[in-house]
Design a protein around this ligand. Structure first.
Ligand code: FES
Length: 258
């Protein structure tokens, strides 16, 4: 049960979030701030870096697809990663799970269950008005994410084919390991679950509705673990991108199994 002290109200200051909880409830939001904050900084760095994104058949996920677009703004070569990033970023930013995570960790809205918010927000309209109404683009961001996923899956297959033939390098293995949680994350999305199982009045009436029901049950199974896939896929993308960056920059050598 959340409580606030009378003194903090009298002092007229923003009261600290007070609670009768005695566990370390603050660890989760703190970790969220650290991990998401780091990922945001890394994403920005990579988006602007505009180099070290390709080595042999390896293409860094942040720079995929390899678009033949070369924008030049006032002498500055705009990195293609900036306009590629818009799609996966809008998918992750509007994801129902990530909303929960960053509303709690960054906005303290509230920071955890049974913890008071730091201050009452005036004119709070939730996600019904600008800017948070933009969260509703999630279903469309999902379609873009599926396209990006298919491109990354193609990159994964392509990573085995070098100029001198078929090889298995550590980079290809990392790409394969990356694509699995990415698939789990993309296809455990709430929007996909609704797309598969929503707007059906009778699941047993036709072959099509029975098929949809079968797929919906599988998606629901994945959906229950959506938060896990959200975190694992975040790290797997990061590791795949870092690996290509280091190999392309010559900082490490690609280990070839055969
Ligand atoms: Fe998380 Fe759709 S709800 S990706």
């Amino acid at each position: 049960m959340a409580v606030r002290t009378a003194q903090s109200k009298e002092a007229g200051r923003v009261p600290l979030p007070l609670t009768s909880r005695t566990d370390r409830w603050w660890i989760k939001p703190l970790l969220t701030v650290i991990v998401l904050g780091f990922f945001a900084l890394y994403g920005m760095f990579r988006a602007f870096e505009n180099q070290y994104f390709e080595f042999g058949p390896y293409l860094a996920p942040f720079y995929s697809p390899h678009l033949p677009i070369h924008l030049n703004l006032f002498g500055w070569n705009v990195s293609p990663a900036i306009y590629i990033l818009i799609f996966p970023l809008s998918f992750r930013l509007t994801c129902y799970y990530y909303r929960l995570a960053y509303y709690r960790a960054f906005f303290w809205d509230p920071p955890a269950c049974a913890i008071a918010e730091p201050a009452k927000r005036k004119n709070y309209t939730g996600e019904r008005r600008f800017p948070l109404i933009l969260q509703n683009i999630h279903r469309y961001a999902f379609y873009a994410a599926v396209v990006i996923f298919l491109i990354l899956a193609y990159d994964t297959v392509r990573s085995f084919f070098w100029d001198d033939g078929f090889h298995v390098g550590l980079g290809s293995v990392i790409f394969v390991v990356n694509i699995i949680p990415l698939a789990m994350y993309t296809f455990s999305c709430h929007s996909f679950r609704h797309l598969i199982g929503g707007k059906v009045n009778c699941y047993s009436c036709t072959l099509a509705s029975r098929t949809r029901y079968g797929i919906w049950k599988q998606v629901s199974f994945l959906n229950a673990r959506h938060s896990l896939y959200a975190w694992v896929s975040l790290f797997s993308v990061l590791i795949a991108d870092l690996y290509v960056r280091f190999v392309a920059a010559g900082a490490i050598q690609d280990f070839r199994f055969f």
